[in-house]
Design a protein around this ligand. Structure first.
Ligand SMILES: [Zn+2]
Length: 146
């Protein structure tokens, strides 16, 4: 961590303290060059946890969601800008004040929005999302989409 006072490259940690939940760590640092002290915070960046059908948990990744939706449009009928705002709308709805969602919940939200926006993309997404010969196929597809 660079010193904010003299821009020295390396500073030493002189004290570390976890908050009660263990979700963040506060560190006191000291610069060996100018002797200034300052505080840094470290915390996890996971905004939302997705629970898959298998029960496995993973971090929500907007890139995956965007890719799945983009594929549903097959490169047609939607501009990059439209896609961005479309994905943002869905994300806001998915996140709300939640910390954890099921992958099915995400799939259903995407389908609901696609249905209002573009019939062809909706059908394409639905055919991938809903036609599964067995549970392992389902897992593969959901992995693509959420
Ligand atoms: Zn310094």
């Amino acid at each position: 961590m660079v010193c904010p006072f003299c821009n020295a490259d390396d500073t030493a940690v002189i004290d570390s303290r976890r908050n009660t939940e263990g979700s963040s760590i506060r560190r006191r640092r000291k610069c060996p060059k100018c002797n200034s002290r300052f505080t840094t915070y470290e915390k996890t960046e996971i905004e939302l946890i997705v629970e898959k059908r298998s029960g496995n948990l993973e971090e929500f990744q907007i890139e995956k969601l965007e890719k799945g939706i983009k594929n549903a449009f097959g490169g047609q009928d939607i501009t990059e800008k439209q896609l961005k705002s479309f994905v943002d709308n869905i994300c806001n709805e998915i996140k709300g004040n939640r910390k954890k969602v099921k992958s099915d919940f995400i799939g259903e939200k995407v389908l609901k929005h696609l249905k209002e926006f573009n019939e062809v993309a909706y059908l394409r997404y639905a055919s991938v999302y809903k036609d599964f010969s067995d549970a392992s196929d389902f897992e593969k597809e959901v992995a693509e989409f959420n």
